[in-house]
Design a binder for this molecule. Structure first.
Ligand code: FNR
Length: 346
């Protein structure tokens, strides 16, 4: 194994290890969003249909396993299990960053296993915004992917001593990559959330699918600090916009783009609140990773099946029988979130 690959593989393993041991802050912004209980729901649970059809995508359920792993032996086994879960419950799945596979054939299997285990499922390839259009096409081809996620993770790069420092070319590269690949492109954050300025830039660049991946769950500011025990930028642990705030920031663009929610989604209630704030589907990373580690494939299949049933039950309680109705369901926001909204003219 060459030394660059060795560093990447080790980093991947460390990300998983630290993500699993990370404690999530108890006060989630999802607690600042209230759905309105309806005592006379005109809905039959058996006919609630949460198919998520938006743009070129058709998801049987509105949740997906978001990008995490691949690139090492350990993460290959995690990818295999995640793919088995995704195939069993028929939800889309993204792999983690494919840089290692682009650079070195010896770790390709840790990603390809996902397609082997889930030949008919919806799978997203994943690259960073600095990867060349040709390499992005290669990543898509490796997985016969149905979509390409391009992650934007500037704070993570800046915190890593070995990370990128120059982001001037990201926007152009995203535009060129979108032109080059033959599948839909989803631009995603990695847990720092998005602003209306970022979303506007993406929409103007022609990006239709945007995963705001907000603060509130996996925290890469903390992970990157802990990885080197340096704590040199530990004042950034609270950096970014929560998923709730990011969805509110996305409001002006929800007619021009398809917004996806992720970041700190730990319950069916969080997922339904995300949809009520305008998301078309909801990505989960850490909660699924934890489940796989503790309860294996069967336990995680049960967890996701139940998650979807519980989302349907909450839909009944707000008297909505599909995603479109859920997206229109009213919400009440806390004074804090309302103040953010006001100050940002949203
Ligand atoms: C991630 N995430 C991520 N995202 C990405 O686009 N490419 C990647 O390679 C990774 N790697 C990765 C590893 C691990 C161990 C975790 C937990 C997460 C970020 C992920 O897709 C998501 O945006 C955030 O984790 C927020 O969601 P959760 O974890 O709070 O549900």
């Amino acid at each position: 194994m060459n030394s660059e690959l060795n560093i990447r593989s080790k980093r991947k393993d460390q990300h998983v290890k630290h993500a699993l041991s990370q404690k999530i802050d108890g006060d989630s912004d999802f607690n600042h969003v209230h759905l309105i209980h309806q005592s006379l729901p005109a809905v039959n649970l058996d006919t609630v249909n949460l198919n998520a059809c938006f743009g070129e995508f058709e998801f049987q359920s509105p949740i997906y396993i978001n990008a995490m792993t691949g690139g090492s032996e350990w993460t290959k086994s995690i990818n295999r299990k995640l793919a088995e879960v995704a195939a069993a419950v028929k939800i889309p799945m993204a792999v983690g960053s494919m840089h290692a596979a682009i650079k070195d054939d010896s770790v390709i299997d840790s990603f390809k296993i996902v397609r082997e285990k889930n030949p008919d499922g919806i799978i997203f390839a994943n690259v960073g915004a600095d990867v060349s259009p040709a390499d992005a096409c290669y990543a898509v081809e490796l997985l016969q992917a149905d979509g390409l996620q391009i992650h934007i993770n500037a704070p993570q790069e800046l915190i890593m001593p070995e990370g990128d420092r120059d982001f001037k070319n990201w926007r152009e590269n995203i535009i060129e990559t979108k032109k080059a690949v033959k599948v839909p492109v989803i631009v995603k954050e990695v847990g720092f959330g998005m602003s209306k300025e970022t979303i506007q830039t993406l929409v103007q660049a022609g990006i239709k699918y945007i995963d705001v991946s907000g603060k509130g769950g996996t925290n890469f500011a903390e992970i990157e600090n802990r990885r080197r025990f340096g704590q040199d930028m530990n004042f950034l642990f609270n950096w970014g916009q929560s998923t709730v705030v990011s969805l509110i920031e996305s409001k002006p663009f929800q007619n021009d783009s398809f917004i996806l929610a992720s970041g700190g989604v730990t319950s069916p209630l969080d997922a339904v609140k995300s949809i009520a704030l305008g998301a078309n589907a909801v990505g989960i990373s850490k909660a699924v990773l934890e489940k796989i580690q503790t309860d294996g494939v069967e336990g995680t299949v049960r967890y996701i099946e139940q998650f979807i049933v519980h989302m349907k039950k909450i839909s009944v309680m707000v008297s909505a029988e599909n995603i479109q109705q859920l997206q229109k369901t009213p919400v009440v926001l806390s004074a804090e979130i309302e103040s953010w909204k006001r100050q940002r003219n949203l």
